[in-house]
Design a protein. Sequence first.
Length: 162
Amino acid sequence: MITHTLTVAYTEASGTSNLPDDDRKLLEEAWHACDSAYAPYSNFHVGASLRLANHIIFNGNNQENAAYPSGICAERVAVFSASALHPGVPIESIAVVAKTEVFNLAVPVTPCGACRQVLAEYETLSGKPIRILLQGNSDKIWIIEGIANLLPLMFHGGELKK
C-alpha cells in the first residue's frame, strides 16, 4: 500500500481593504444577496455572487423549503442562473458569504459537496480555475484559486465517457 497526502492552498485576508476592486464588488454583491435569502427553518443565510468572463455578475441565495431536500444552495442558484442566461461563458470568480443569528461563524463558510461538484463541472468546461472568495460573520476572507483546492479528489465527467 502507498499512502498519499493531499494539500490545499488558500490565502487569508483580514477585511476587504487589500483586495482588488473586482473582489470587493463581488463580496458586496454576495452580502446583498445574503440579506434576501429565504431561510426560515435554519436561519442560516447564504449569498453567492459570481462574475462571468463577459463581466456580468449573477447573484444567488439559499432557498429553503419545508421539505428540506427541495431547497437549493446559493452557489447553485447563481451558477445555474448564469449558465441558463449566458451558456458557455466561463465563470471567472465567485464569492460566497453566510450569516446567522443562531451562532457565530468565526471562519468563512465553504460550499457544500454538491456545490463544489457543480463548480468543478463549470471550471472543467471553461478550462480555467475559478477564483473563490469565502466570508462569514467576521472580517476573515479565504481566497481559493481553483476548485481543486476545495475538492481535491473531484469526480470528472470524462470518467463517464468510454
